[in-house]
Design a protein around this ligand. Structure first.
Ligand SMILES: O=c1[nH]c(=O)c2[nH]c(=O)[nH]c2[nH]1
Length: 286
């Protein structure tokens, strides 16, 4: 006997740009948001898989249209609030759906400064960093919101060392009190409430992590990762758990002795592969 164990379906990589226009008398300001949205539904789709009966299937093309239509009417500023509206909309109109999940990835656009003034309608891509959220709700259930960020690329040139580790017959790594520490942070945190000023909380979490990365006297990526998670949890009571992944993007000191030159930690070769991979989930003790 064979059975359908689990299934879900939806639309991925729905790209959306929203311009919000504010008029101030003779002048104006525009706000810009760029989101990539994924919608996934779980529910009563067994007959679709087993019999080819599409009578309970909301086409993924309709889900894509829903994303744009709701973006037009929604007053949400935070992507978490927009995702909640989208989940509610899909669940209300589709009783065959048992749970809906919406993920939004937001691209960083920064307002251009021209002649020292913020420009009302010109923007610059900030970096490859993404702000993320995944919002899920079952019919008659409550929201589960996991927000975070991805590809926050950081580097510190002081206050990082790595010493005192295991040495065995395969060790070649020299100990160092002074190395470059480069990483690309991924973080995901859970909120204690589904109704928050999500953008304000996000800013505080991000700033707490950045401050700690900059100021930490790092004995390892592991220690700095934990300190960053701890500072986010201390700064923001509205989250109770945070998971952080920090690859160790090694920058290797170049040996210039072959050219009769010294290299007092000035010339490095940045490497992508292989890289260390450090991950931890840190939570408030209950
Ligand atoms: O911060 C570090 N943690 C490690 O576990 C590790 N391993 C390694 O080779 N270099 C480093 N650096």
């Amino acid at each position: 006997m064979i059975e359908l164990a689990e299934n879900r379906y939806g639309k991925s990589r729905i790209r959306l740009m929203k311009v919000t226009r504010h008029a101030h008398g003779q002048t104006y300001t525009h706000d810009l948001r760029e989101w990539t949205v994924q919608v996934l539904l779980k529910g009563d789709f067994e007959t679709a898989h087993l019999e080819g009966d599409n009578s309970k299937i909301l086409p993924t093309d309709t889900m894509k249209n829903t994303v744009y239509s709701l973006a037009r009417t929604s007053k949400a500023i935070a992507m978490e609030d927009y995702a909640k509206e989208l989940v509610d909309f899909l669940l209300t109109r589709n009783p065959q759906v048992s749970s809906a999940s919406v993920r939004v990835e937001s691209t960083m656009w920064k307002r251009l400064t021209v002649d020292g003034e913020p420009h009302p309608s010109a923007f610059m891509r900030g970096s490859g960093e993404l702000q993320t959220t995944s919002v899920e709700r079952a019919q008659a259930g409550s929201f589960h919101i996991l927000s975070g960020l991805d590809n926050l690329v950081l580097l510190k040139t002081a206050n990082s060392g790595f010493e005192g580790y295991i040495k065995d017959s395969l060790t070649t790594l020299p100990e160092t009190k002074d190395r470059l520490f480069g990483t690309a942070v991924t973080a995901d945190w859970c909120y204690t409430s589904p109704n928050l000023d999500f953008d304000a909380v996000r800013t505080e979490i991000r700033e707490a992590m950045l401050r700690t990365f900059a100021n930490h006297n790092s004995k390892s990526v592991q220690q700095t990762l934990y300190a960053m998670a701890e500072s986010a949890l201390e700064a923001v009571p509205q989250i109770d758990e945070i998971e952080i992944t920090m690859p160790n993007k090694h920058c290797l000191l170049v040996d210039l002795s072959r050219f009769n030159q010294d290299n007092p930690n000035e010339i490095f070769v940045p490497t992508d592969e292989p890289h260390g991979y450090i991950e931890a989930r840190v939570r408030r003790r209950s």
